[in-house]
Design a protein around this ligand. Structure first.
Ligand code: FES
Length: 160
């Protein structure tokens, strides 16, 4: 008579091996999940933003009495008789991008109708403040540079 407690030979179902493999598989999945969260936690959470410094190019490319909008940088580069200056083109009401209206000689916001003189002073509309002047200088290479992060007092012209 065969021994009933004898282990079945290869190829047949073994309950203990199955549960050992199931347990190891579960531990592996848990370890992988922990490793992913640990990596995310330890990685620097940095937002890479573009530099606030804009190279606006050579002064010669801006005729006297011109107002030039740089859509990407959201600035106006203005060449007046007194010199160069830069304004933020972002409306001080709710942040829409303003536009130069040469036929009217003003800067206008398309969102809620604020209007500004080309020196940034508000004419009308809900904007609470004028468009800020931005620090502007000429680089060693002779390019006009604008720092969008640094407002300055109005009427500080750059003469080239
Ligand atoms: S965002 Fe310019 S007027 Fe409202």
């Amino acid at each position: 008579m065969p021994d009933e407690k004898e282990e079945p030979s290869g190829g047949s179902f073994n309950g203990r091996d199955f549960f050992v493999k199931l347990g190891l598989g579960s531990l592996s999945i848990a370890a992988a999940g922990t490793a992913v969260f640990a990596y995310q936690y330890l990685s620097p959470n940095v937002l890479y933003e573009p530099s606030p410094i804009v190279n606006a190019g050579k002064p010669e490319s801006y005729p006297v009495d011109s107002v030039t909008l740089d859509v990407n940088a959201a600035i106006f580069l203005i060449h007046s008789k007194e010199g160069f200056f830069a304004l933020s083109a972002v409306c001080t009401h709710l942040g829409c991008l303003t536009a130069w209206k040469p036929e009217l000689g003003i800067i206008a916001c398309p969102c809620h109708g604020s209007k500004f003189h080309r020196d940034g002073v508000k004419i009308e509309g809900p904007a609470p403040r004028p468009l800020p002047w931005l620090r502007t200088w000429v680089s060693d290479d002779g390019d006009l540079m604008v720092d969008r992060s640094t407002p300055i007092r109005p009427m500080e012209f750059v003469r080239v």
